[in-house]
Design a protein around this ligand. Structure first.
Ligand code: IMP
Length: 209
């Protein structure tokens, strides 16, 4: 298994928030991070049909473009009764296209779309779901590694809570009665799909052999 050395790691994101969060998680292991955006690398089209494919597309494009190892993530919500949808299209389901005014993401609309489909299936429909997160590491020579994390839960309606983002107000993690949007951020980060994937990456990349 290939391990990260002392070189700089490119974080395949143009999102400053993600760069900050990932840099902080990797700093204790002596890894310096730089974003693909700050290196002027283009964002590749996410044409994969799985989280693994999309995370690898992003990590490989950044590693090849920068000539350095790169880390990318892909995540989303998978609802059992909907055959895993919205899955890799989780963000797309929030895309709002008005004839007038700015397009944008509407998370309440996206949660409502999921709820509407569950209602169509009947009142006793299974409301189980999970958030998935895949972290992909890629090296310029083509080698790669993936780490998959998940947070299991159920969907509730109406949405509750003001913290978090995306589908958090409708997601109740297994073993709790609050939605992720009612969790303190630190508490959510400790049990999230992202934390699960990072724990696996850290164990393999920086753990004892
Ligand atoms: P991406 O991995 O940045 O493409 O994100 C995919 C989408 O999944 C996001 O836009 C969110 O809507 C959703 N998502 C991923 N992680 C979470 C989470 O922790 N809470 C709520 N929504 C999430």
């Amino acid at each position: 298994m290939r391990r990260l050395g002392g070189e700089t790691l490119v974080i395949a994101t143009h999102n400053a928030g993600k760069l900050k969060e990932i840099s902080a998680l990797l700093a204790p292991f002596g890894i310096d991070c730089v974003s693909a955006g700050s290196l002027g690398l283009p964002e590749p089209a996410e044409t994969g049909t799985t989280f693994v494919e999309n995370a690898l597309i992003k990590a490989r494009a950044a590693a090849e473009g920068a000539g350095l190892p790169a880390l990318a993530d892909d995540s989303g919500l998978c609802v059992d009764a909907l055959g895993g949808r919205p899955g890799v299209y989780t963000a797309d389901w929030a895309e709002r296209q008005w004839f007038e005014g700015p397009a944008g993401r509407d998370w309440y609309m996206a949660m409502g779309k999921v709820e509407g489909l569950l209602c169509e299936l009947g009142p006793d429909t299974d409301r189980s779901c999970h958030f998935a997160c895949v972290l992909a590491l890629a090296w310029p020579d083509g080698e790669s590694a993936v780490y998959e994390g998940r947070a299991n839960g159920t969907l509730t309606w109406p949405p509750r809570g003001t913290m978090g983002f995306g589908y958090d107000p409708s997601f109740v993690p297994l073993g709790d009665t609050r939605t992720f949007a009612e969790f303190d951020p630190e508490e959510k980060h400790a049990i999230s799909h992202r934390a699960d994937a990072f724990a696996k990456l850290v164990a393999e990349q920086f753990g004892q052999v």
